[in-house]
Design a protein around this ligand. Structure first.
Ligand code: AKG
Length: 194
Protein backbone atom coordinates (compact mmCIF):
# COMPACT_ATOMS: atom_id res chain seq x y z
CA UNK A 1 0.00 0.00 0.00
CA UNK A 2 1.40 3.42 -0.98
CA UNK A 3 1.67 6.19 1.59
CA UNK A 4 -0.57 9.18 0.97
CA UNK A 5 1.17 12.43 -0.10
CA UNK A 6 0.11 15.71 1.52
CA UNK A 7 -3.36 17.06 0.77
CA UNK A 8 -2.82 19.95 -1.68
CA UNK A 9 -6.07 21.72 -0.76
CA UNK A 10 -6.01 23.89 2.38
CA UNK A 11 -9.63 22.99 3.35
CA UNK A 12 -12.99 21.71 2.05
CA UNK A 13 -11.63 18.86 -0.06
CA UNK A 14 -8.77 16.48 -0.71
CA UNK A 15 -6.35 16.42 -3.64
CA UNK A 16 -3.31 14.15 -3.75
CA UNK A 17 -0.55 14.12 -6.35
CA UNK A 18 1.47 10.95 -6.96
CA UNK A 19 4.35 11.97 -9.21
CA UNK A 20 6.41 10.32 -11.89
CA UNK A 21 4.83 6.86 -11.72
CA UNK A 22 6.16 5.53 -15.05
CA UNK A 23 9.44 5.59 -16.97
CA UNK A 24 9.29 7.81 -20.07
CA UNK A 25 9.44 4.68 -22.22
CA UNK A 26 6.41 3.20 -20.42
CA UNK A 27 4.53 6.52 -20.65
CA UNK A 28 5.19 6.70 -24.39
CA UNK A 29 3.94 3.15 -24.85
CA UNK A 30 0.76 3.81 -22.83
CA UNK A 31 0.13 7.00 -24.83
CA UNK A 32 0.63 5.22 -28.14
CA UNK A 33 -1.70 2.39 -27.12
CA UNK A 34 -4.45 4.70 -25.91
CA UNK A 35 -4.32 6.94 -28.98
CA UNK A 36 -4.59 3.96 -31.30
CA UNK A 37 -7.32 2.15 -29.34
CA UNK A 38 -9.94 4.70 -28.28
CA UNK A 39 -13.02 5.74 -30.24
CA UNK A 40 -12.91 9.52 -30.47
CA UNK A 41 -16.25 11.26 -30.14
CA UNK A 42 -17.41 14.06 -32.37
CA UNK A 43 -19.70 15.96 -29.99
CA UNK A 44 -20.39 19.63 -30.37
CA UNK A 45 -21.00 22.07 -27.52
CA UNK A 46 -23.91 24.53 -27.66
CA UNK A 47 -23.44 27.81 -25.78
CA UNK A 48 -25.71 30.85 -26.00
CA UNK A 49 -27.40 29.36 -29.06
CA UNK A 50 -24.14 28.77 -30.96
CA UNK A 51 -22.55 25.40 -31.71
CA UNK A 52 -18.80 24.80 -31.32
CA UNK A 53 -16.47 21.79 -31.59
CA UNK A 54 -15.06 20.63 -28.22
CA UNK A 55 -11.85 22.40 -27.16
CA UNK A 56 -10.03 19.02 -27.12
CA UNK A 57 -10.56 15.45 -28.37
CA UNK A 58 -12.72 13.26 -26.13
CA UNK A 59 -13.34 9.53 -25.76
CA UNK A 60 -15.37 7.63 -23.16
CA UNK A 61 -14.79 3.97 -22.29
CA UNK A 62 -15.49 1.61 -19.40
CA UNK A 63 -17.88 -1.14 -18.45
CA UNK A 64 -20.05 -1.69 -21.54
CA UNK A 65 -23.30 0.26 -21.60
CA UNK A 66 -22.53 2.57 -18.66
CA UNK A 67 -23.78 6.03 -19.53
CA UNK A 68 -22.70 9.46 -18.37
CA UNK A 69 -24.09 12.90 -19.15
CA UNK A 70 -21.05 15.20 -19.27
CA UNK A 71 -21.11 18.82 -20.51
CA UNK A 72 -24.77 18.10 -21.39
CA UNK A 73 -23.73 15.31 -23.77
CA UNK A 74 -24.88 11.75 -23.13
CA UNK A 75 -22.06 9.27 -23.67
CA UNK A 76 -22.49 5.50 -23.61
CA UNK A 77 -19.43 3.34 -22.98
CA UNK A 78 -18.65 0.94 -25.82
CA UNK A 79 -16.49 -1.13 -23.41
CA UNK A 80 -12.89 -0.97 -22.20
CA UNK A 81 -9.92 -0.78 -24.52
CA UNK A 82 -7.05 -3.12 -23.52
CA UNK A 83 -4.78 -0.30 -22.27
CA UNK A 84 -7.50 1.55 -20.34
CA UNK A 85 -8.57 -1.71 -18.73
CA UNK A 86 -4.96 -2.42 -17.68
CA UNK A 87 -4.69 1.03 -16.09
CA UNK A 88 -7.99 0.58 -14.28
CA UNK A 89 -6.81 -2.74 -12.82
CA UNK A 90 -3.50 -1.11 -11.84
CA UNK A 91 -5.35 1.71 -10.01
CA UNK A 92 -7.32 -0.87 -8.05
CA UNK A 93 -4.28 -2.95 -7.16
CA UNK A 94 -1.81 -0.13 -6.39
CA UNK A 95 -4.11 2.54 -4.98
CA UNK A 96 -7.24 0.60 -3.90
CA UNK A 97 -9.32 2.83 -6.20
CA UNK A 98 -12.47 1.45 -7.78
CA UNK A 99 -13.75 2.86 -11.10
CA UNK A 100 -15.97 1.67 -13.92
CA UNK A 101 -15.24 4.29 -16.61
CA UNK A 102 -12.44 6.36 -18.13
CA UNK A 103 -12.89 9.73 -19.83
CA UNK A 104 -10.01 10.44 -22.20
CA UNK A 105 -9.10 14.03 -23.08
CA UNK A 106 -6.48 14.73 -25.73
CA UNK A 107 -5.15 18.29 -25.87
CA UNK A 108 -3.59 18.62 -29.34
CA UNK A 109 -1.54 21.66 -28.29
CA UNK A 110 -1.75 24.58 -25.85
CA UNK A 111 -4.86 25.96 -27.53
CA UNK A 112 -6.87 22.97 -26.36
CA UNK A 113 -8.08 23.47 -22.81
CA UNK A 114 -10.73 22.78 -20.18
CA UNK A 115 -12.74 25.65 -18.68
CA UNK A 116 -13.67 26.02 -15.00
CA UNK A 117 -16.03 23.26 -13.94
CA UNK A 118 -16.73 20.70 -11.26
CA UNK A 119 -17.24 16.99 -11.73
CA UNK A 120 -20.53 16.87 -9.87
CA UNK A 121 -22.93 15.08 -12.19
CA UNK A 122 -25.62 13.17 -10.27
CA UNK A 123 -24.42 9.80 -11.59
CA UNK A 124 -21.09 10.31 -9.74
CA UNK A 125 -23.01 10.70 -6.43
CA UNK A 126 -21.90 13.08 -3.67
CA UNK A 127 -18.16 13.43 -2.92
CA UNK A 128 -16.82 11.29 -5.77
CA UNK A 129 -13.25 10.08 -5.96
CA UNK A 130 -11.73 10.83 -9.38
CA UNK A 131 -8.27 9.77 -10.52
CA UNK A 132 -6.57 11.69 -13.31
CA UNK A 133 -3.55 10.29 -15.17
CA UNK A 134 -1.31 12.52 -17.27
CA UNK A 135 0.95 11.90 -20.26
CA UNK A 136 2.77 14.12 -22.73
CA UNK A 137 3.19 17.85 -22.23
CA UNK A 138 3.16 19.36 -18.73
CA UNK A 139 0.23 21.70 -18.18
CA UNK A 140 -0.83 24.15 -15.47
CA UNK A 141 -3.93 23.04 -13.61
CA UNK A 142 -5.88 25.20 -11.16
CA UNK A 143 -8.38 24.77 -8.37
CA UNK A 144 -10.60 27.70 -7.33
CA UNK A 145 -12.63 27.63 -4.12
CA UNK A 146 -16.21 28.95 -4.11
CA UNK A 147 -14.93 31.83 -1.93
CA UNK A 148 -12.14 32.66 -4.40
CA UNK A 149 -8.92 31.04 -3.09
CA UNK A 150 -6.78 29.47 -5.84
CA UNK A 151 -4.39 26.51 -5.79
CA UNK A 152 -1.99 26.13 -8.74
CA UNK A 153 -0.44 22.84 -9.85
CA UNK A 154 1.61 21.71 -12.79
CA UNK A 155 0.70 18.23 -14.03
CA UNK A 156 3.49 16.28 -15.71
CA UNK A 157 3.89 13.05 -17.62
CA UNK A 158 3.39 10.08 -15.30
CA UNK A 159 1.55 12.06 -12.60
CA UNK A 160 -1.61 10.78 -10.96
CA UNK A 161 -3.91 13.37 -9.38
CA UNK A 162 -6.59 12.04 -7.05
CA UNK A 163 -9.50 14.30 -6.10
CA UNK A 164 -11.81 13.17 -3.32
CA UNK A 165 -13.99 14.16 -0.36
CA UNK A 166 -15.78 17.50 -0.74
CA UNK A 167 -13.51 18.76 -3.56
CA UNK A 168 -16.23 18.84 -6.22
CA UNK A 169 -18.64 20.73 -3.94
CA UNK A 170 -16.31 23.49 -2.83
CA UNK A 171 -13.78 23.78 -5.66
CA UNK A 172 -13.86 24.13 -9.44
CA UNK A 173 -10.89 23.11 -11.57
CA UNK A 174 -9.55 24.16 -14.97
CA UNK A 175 -6.76 23.56 -17.46
CA UNK A 176 -6.18 26.95 -19.13
CA UNK A 177 -4.89 27.64 -22.64
CA UNK A 178 -1.13 27.98 -23.06
CA UNK A 179 -0.80 29.41 -26.55
CA UNK A 180 2.98 28.97 -26.87
CA UNK A 181 2.76 25.22 -26.21
CA UNK A 182 2.96 23.08 -29.33
CA UNK A 183 3.11 19.59 -27.77
CA UNK A 184 0.07 17.40 -27.09
CA UNK A 185 -1.09 16.11 -23.73
CA UNK A 186 -3.19 13.08 -22.88
CA UNK A 187 -5.32 12.99 -19.74
CA UNK A 188 -7.50 10.16 -18.50
CA UNK A 189 -9.96 10.64 -15.65
CA UNK A 190 -11.23 7.44 -14.08
CA UNK A 191 -14.67 7.76 -12.52
CA UNK A 192 -17.25 5.54 -10.86
CA UNK A 193 -20.66 6.00 -12.44
CA UNK A 194 -23.65 4.74 -10.39
O1 AKG B 1 -7.06 17.35 -18.43
C1 AKG B 1 -7.19 17.54 -17.22
O2 AKG B 1 -6.28 17.46 -16.43
C2 AKG B 1 -8.55 17.95 -16.70
C3 AKG B 1 -9.61 16.94 -16.94
C4 AKG B 1 -10.88 17.34 -16.30
O3 AKG B 1 -10.97 18.32 -15.61
C5 AKG B 1 -12.07 16.53 -16.50
O4 AKG B 1 -12.00 15.55 -17.26
O5 AKG B 1 -13.11 16.86 -15.91
Amino acid sequence: MRSLPNNLLPYDGEVYLFENLFTSQKSDQITKNILSEVSWRDDKITMFGKTYPQARKVAFHGDPGVDYIYTRIKMISPGWTPQLKKLNIWLRKEFQLDFNTALVNYYRDGRDHMSWHRDDEPELKLNPTIASLNFGASRDFFFRHNEGEKVALNLKQGDLLVMKGQTQTFWKHSLPKRLKLKEPRLNITFRKIY
